[in-house]
Ligand binder design. Structure first.
Ligand code: ADP
Length: 428
């Protein structure tokens, strides 16, 4: 029956009972008593129904007691809501089981951590990779179970946009890569993957490039020496010898630059994850770079706007190399003034280099920091470029947790910025 009709019926019955009570009271010449009796009858009936509801509530999984009128409607509605809730809960539980089964089957370690940073759940791989056993470690603080300063720092930050690599201690240890995702009301899902194989391969590649570059240095020095000797000899002064000798000398110089950059790059890569703790006086470093480069480009003007005294934690040689590379590029790929700026905001201290040169088309920008990527090979070679400059800058940026930004418009110029995390307490 429609709820409105049921309600109307209920009102009619209440009114009927009251009228009946009042009528019976009138017959006995006590209408008020009759009315009170009617009300009492209604109250008793409702109390009885309430008692049945209360009894049923103790075990609401069974069907509700049969009742007519408004009470029947009321009980049916409660029962329907409860059934819907139970179904939703079952669906949720089966989804959770499914998710936990899939996490349990993963080869990566997965640990769910509650808002108090205690272990709530872990899969089997967590035991193997992290030594976290579920259920025996349930409720234990995660940071007591994973013994790594780097992980502690990573876990306690709010920024999980990049994964964390924890390097093996010694030759036999594992290299683990951690990723953390937040979910629910402050819970966290911690993933750990064994990347030892990739790490060792990268290490081998780095060592190989480093060793080859190192081994090439001696033969190169010998070749350069002989070319210089030949160029100075009377017998080779004829033009037909001078041109080839000149080209040999240029190519030997290019090779030397390549070897130097490759060696430097493998050194930076090797120490990329090491903490940089030395406090570097950036204004002085930048002034030094200008003083070194200006004489090499006498017809150009390097303007410097020092707007901050900020010092940052880093490695002086690496920073010198990265900043010089940016300034040299600006000088190489433009004809006008080059403007350098050192300025700080609340969280960053930024070095930027502006030029009014040829600019870079947008589709090249994302690839500029790849090794040997060059927009215009002939132009880069003519300027003595190796294609490794910006790769070096990128690695130095990574090892200093800095962001490299490239803004450029073809025909207008480029702006390369390095934004370092800045702690005001580090001011010299
Ligand atoms: P290279 O040794 O060739 O200069 P880099 O890695 O330093 O190598 O730079 C990669 C490429 O990026 C360059 O070949 C050049 O095409 C482009 N580039 C770098 N800096 C600038 C700049 N300031 N203006 C225009 N193009 C640039």
């Amino acid at each position: 029956m429609a709820p409105a009709k049921t309600f109307r019926r209920e009102v009619h019955s209440v009114v009927a009972i009251l009228l009946l009570g009042a009528g019976a009271g009138l017959l006995l010449d006590k209408p008020a008593w009759g009315l009170a009796f009617g009300m009492g009858a209604i109250l008793s009936l409702w109390s009885y129904q309430l008692l049945r509801v209360q009894r049923w509530m103790l075990d609401p999984t069974v069907e509700p007691p049969k009742a007519g009128g408004v009470w029947g409607l009321f009980l049916d509605n409660i029962y329907a809501i409860q059934r819907r809730n139970r179904e939703a809960q079952l669906r949720l539980e089966s989804t959770l089981d499914y998710l936990q089964d899939s996490l349990a089957a993963m080869r990566d370690a997965a640990v769910i951590v509650d808002p108090h940073a205690n272990v709530a759940w872990a899969n089997d791989s967590a035991d193997f990779l992290l030594g976290i056993n579920f259920p025996s470690d349930q409720g234990q603080p995660l940071l007591n179970l994973i013994n790594s300063i780097d992980f502690r720092e990573y876990f306690e930050t709010d920024d999980y946009s990049d994964p964390l690599r924890v390097l093996p201690e010694g030759d036999r240890g594992r290299c683990l890569q951690f990723e953390i995702a937040r979910f629910g009301m402050g819970d966290r899902l911690v993933f750990a993957r064994d990347v030892t194989r990739t790490f060792r391969l990268e290490q081998m590649r780095r060592d190989f490039v480093g060793n080859v570059s190192h081994e090439l240095r001696t033969p190169l020095t010998v070749i350069k020496g002989y070319i210089e000797t030949l160029q100075s000899l009377e017998e080779f002064s004829a033009t037909r010898f001078q041109r080839p000798l000149e080209q040999m000398s240029q190519q030997a110089l290019r090779m030397e630059n390549l070897v130097t950059d490759l060696l430097w790059l493998s050194r930076i890569e090797a120490v990329e994850t090491l903490r940089k703790t030395e406090l570097i006086d950036m204004p002085t470093l930048i002034v030094g770079i200008v003083a070194e480069l200006q004489p090499a480009f006498p017809e150009r003007r390097i303007r410097l706007n020092q707007e901050s005294e900020a010092a940052i934690r880093g490695d002086e040689r690496e920073l010198h190399s990265a900043l010089s590379n940016l300034v040299i590029n600006a000088l190489k790929y433009s004809d006008g003034d080059v403007v350098l700026r050192w300025w700080s905001s609340e969280n960053n201290a930024t070095f930027s280099v502006n030029d009014t040169g040829i600019g870079i088309e947008p589709h090249h920008i994302a690839r500029l920091t790849e090794r040997f990527y060059r927009v215009d090979k002939s132009r880069s070679n003519a300027g003595g470029g190796t294609g490794l400059g910006l790769a070096i800058v990128k690695h130095v940026a990574n090892s200093h947790q800095a962001d490299l930004t490239i803004d450029s418009t073809v025909g207008v110029g480029s702006c390369f910025s390095l934004a370092f995390p800045f702690d005001a307490a580090d001011t010299l």
